[in-house]
Design a protein around this ligand. Structure first.
Ligand code: UFG
Length: 330
């Protein structure tokens, strides 16, 4: 089976490309390399540099490739940036989805898995969050992804394009051998920032807020290992290739860790002191986000291999140590 991966040079995309190839799929990758890294793409995948919004470019790729299914990661994902520049997010994320679906429809490609997010739920009414809970985003990033989910729904109704939306919670870690990992510019995520402090690249961690209604006052998040997440995409696209219906799944560990607990786990995983101080709340942070991932386990047969956050952090630390400058291309 041939899978086209858009955004396959990004953090989650590159791990998914790698797992697809390990599992024997034929893979082509599209990435504009704005945030992605050419070196992150498994050398057995065919690579096309271009933009999801460029219909002529997509035509060239669809003419050159025999595509059975699409996995779509190509999107911007920094929440604070989406607050200050929402149109950038609606243009690239939501607009890109429309162009992609037009090209798929023209080429009779009827299956797509795409990266949605816990940010589509907004401030949850109940924990853990279920797929059927209200989706009321509190930022343009989440809104752009919710719009993508809705566009997919109507594209299914009208053209029969089947989709699976995977709503990620907090993704972390790296391939166990340390050959690929997370390399964002700028870095805004908790675990890579903690590891930059451990490396001596930053003086200290600032923990944003300790007055939330949680066990220790800091935000609680649900961490899932990037390779487990990659495997969920493969189960999802295979389900669609086997004739499965359109659907949506939460992907998390169903366990919550506070920011202070993550810091402690990182101190253990790295053996470093990792200085930290409390700082004011960051705008738009929900207090607690924990997934109910029962549906992905039952319906997709998803069995995450990493159930220990310290082990997840250890894989990220392994990547950070072997690639102190990341991919070195930005
Ligand atoms: N945090 C700090 N200090 C930092 C960085 C982060 O205290 O220097 C805190 C944040 O305030 C938050 C927690 O660490 O409480 C996790 O923050 P991240 O930025 O790592 O992740 P988020 O939970 O904000 O967001 C992630 C993805 C989003 C997605 C969201 C959905 O980055 O794309 O999960 O759960 F929308």
């Amino acid at each position: 089976m041939s899978i086209l991966v858009l955004g396959g040079a990004g953090y989650i995309g590159s791990h998914t490309v790698d797992r697809l190839i390990e599992k024997g799929y034929d893979v082509a990758v599209i990435d504009n390399l704005i945030t992605g890294h050419r070196l992150a793409v498994n050398s057995k995948a065919r690579f096309y540099q271009g933009d999801v919004r460029d219909r002529n470019f997509l035509e060239q790729v669809f003419n050159a490739e025999k595509v059975d299914g699409v996995i779509h990661f190509a999107a911007f994902s920094i929440v604070p940036e989406s607050m200050s520049d929402p149109l950038k997010y609606f243009d690239n994320n939501t607009g890109g989805m429309i162009t992609l679906l037009e090209a798929m429809q023209a080429h009779h490609i009827k299956r797509i898995v795409f990266s949605s997010t816990a940010a589509t739920y907004g401030e949850p009414k109940q924990i853990p969050i279920k797929e059927t809970d209200p989706q009321v985003p509190t930022n343009p990033y989440g809104e752009s992804k919710l719009a993508m989910e809705k566009i997919m729904k109507w594209a299914d109704a009208a053209y029969g394009i089947k989709f699976i939306a995977l709503r990620y919670f907090n993704v972390a870690g790296a391939k166990a051998d340390g050959s690929i990992g997370e390399d964002h510019h700028p870095e805004t995520h908790l675990i890579p920032i903690i590891l930059q402090v451990a490396q001596g690249k930053r003086d200290k961690l600032k923990i944003f807020g300790d007055d939330y209604p949680t066990k220790d006052g800091t935000n609680v998040r649900d961490y899932v290992h990037v390779v487990d997440l990659a495997d969920a995409h493969i189960l999802a696209i295979q389900r669609l290739l086997d004739g499965g219906a359109s659907d949506a799944f939460n992907l998390g560990s169903s366990t919550g860790f506070s920011n202070k607990e993550i810091l402690e786990a990182a101190r253990k995983a790295t053996g470093q002191a990792i200085p930290a101080e409390m700082a004011p709340r960051r705008a738009g942070d929900p207090s607690t986000l924990i997934a109910d991932s029962t549906k992905a386990r039952k319906v997709l047969g998803w069995q995450p291999q990493y159930d220990d956050v310290e082990k997840i952090i250890a894989t990220a630390w392994n990547w950070t140590n072997s690639h102190p400058k990341g991919y070195g291309d930005k």
